[in-house]
Design a protein around this ligand. Structure first.
Ligand SMILES: Cc1cc2nc3c(=O)[nH]c(=O)nc-3n(C[C@H](O)[C@H](O)[C@H](O)COP(=O)(O)OP(=O)(O)OC[C@H]3O[C@@H](n4cnc5c(N)ncnc54)[C@H](O)[C@@H]3O)c2cc1C
Length: 339
């Protein structure tokens, strides 16, 4: 076990923010994690778990023990029905590697979630989602170490209380558990989900004759690469805000004022409105303010062009929230964890 003091977190977050951690330690097994939690230098400090650092914004130095998750390993177990397979992954696996594993083993269910950055262990935190699919659709269970006791606890899907970019780990159980493994139930008989227009169009452009897990994954990768900035080139954490859900009555009133306003029914009573559209209408798209700004093609993505501080990005986020609130009467909520 190696514990380092006063370490820059710049290489460990995709925003590329240069904050310092009081302590930094890596763990590559549940036992090693349990040992680290008992270490006299770590025990008294608050803890922050980091996977790929692709959903955090550091606004100050982190006066905590930052624990980097490197638990690897993927196993599978056939279910008695002959169709389903439980795939258990170490939480430190890169999410996209798990997607590639599923495709290689002809197991369907997560191909639409290709290329989402980060680790498997962080995926349940915000119930990652993209192109009509969410983690919860295939989620079976997870194991997590309870920070206070060091005990390993299993959470079933129901216990995780998944919602849109939400789970119990962002609410009642926030900061209390460290996910060590995630088990998904994948299928040997996939139903391909091409409900997103862009996927169908890209498959056509790619001249795909027969649908397959790989073809869908390739199409998603193609779309994502063309739409989203690569954090290796421009610091960012993907969508900074969630798409708000508003009552239908409010949406209809807004539609009278803004006839082009897009909205997708979520239930009988609510409509989801794209935050990116509203941000763009407020004139933020492509805005550059010194070293940070709003991406030129994706108004939902805030970017660090180089030396921005986390506070500058946070202030920009609050200015955006304010102007969307003024114009549309809707309060945006950050999807990124502001630390
Ligand atoms: C370019 C880009 C595109 C993106 N696109 C999408 C998208 O399409 N859909 C989507 O849902 N997300 C998207 N994201 C956000 C991000 O990829 C996901 O939220 C991802 O799950 C974060 O994983 P991570 O390992 O990087 O988490 P981190 O940023 O390291 O951590 C995120 C939060 O989870 C906690 N955490 C991390 N690991 C653990 C663990 N093992 N146990 C307990 N807590 C933990 C951290 O403390 C922190 O609060 C995108 C990000 C980027 C940069």
């Amino acid at each position: 076990m190696q514990i380092k003091k006063e370490v820059s977190l710049k290489p460990y977050n995709t925003f590329g923010i240069d904050a310092k951690a009081s302590l930094l330690a890596e763990f590559s097994s549940t036992q090693e994690l349990q040992d680290i939690l008992q270490h006299p230098a770590v025990k008294p400090l608050p803890k922050l778990i980091l996977g790929g650092g692709s959903n955090v914004l550091f606004t100050q130095d982190v006066e905590a023990a930052v624990l980097l998750n490197r638990i690897k390993g993927i196993t599978q177990e056939d279910q008695p029905d002959g169709e389903h397979v439980l795939v258990k992954s170490g939480s430190g696996e890169t999410w996209h590697d798990l997607v590639l594993y599923s495709i290689e083993h002809h197991l369907g269910g997560i191909e639409n979630l290709s290329l989402i950055p980060g680790t498997v262990g962080a995926a349940p935190l915000q119930n990652i989602g993209a192109y009509g699919v969410e983690l919860k659709d295939t989620f079976y269970s997870l194991e997590a170490v309870e920070m206070e006791t060091g005990n390993l606890i299993t959470f079933t899907k129901d216990q995780c209380n998944f919602g849109y970019r939400e789970s119990i780990f962002k609410k009642d159980a926030k900061g209390k558990y460290i996910v060590t493994s995630v088990t998904l139930q994948l299928t040997r008989k996939p139903t391909f989900n091409t409900s997103y227009g862009a996927i169908t169009q890209t498959l056509e452009e790619m001249q795909v004759k027969e649908l397959s897990l790989k073809a869908i994954s390739d199409a998603v990768i193609h779309i994502r690469k063309s739409k989203l900035p690569d954090p290796a080139k421009i610091g960012n954490a993907g969508s900074f805000f969630k798409n708000p859900e508003i009552p239908i009555a409010q949406f209809e009133l807004l539609k009278e004022q803004y006839p082009n306003m897009p909205g997708y029914p979520v239930s009988e009573f609510t409509v989801k409105v794209p935050a990116g559209w509203m941000i763009e209408q407020c004139g933020w798209k492509g805005k550059v303010l010194g070293q940070h700004g709003v991406h030129k093609d994706q108004a939902l993505v805030l970017v660090n062009y180089g030396g921005a501080t986390g506070n500058e990005v946070k202030e920009l986020a609050y200015e955006i929230i304010h102007s969307v609130q003024e114009k549309f009467g809707i309060t945006l909520t950050p999807e990124v964890n502001i630390i």
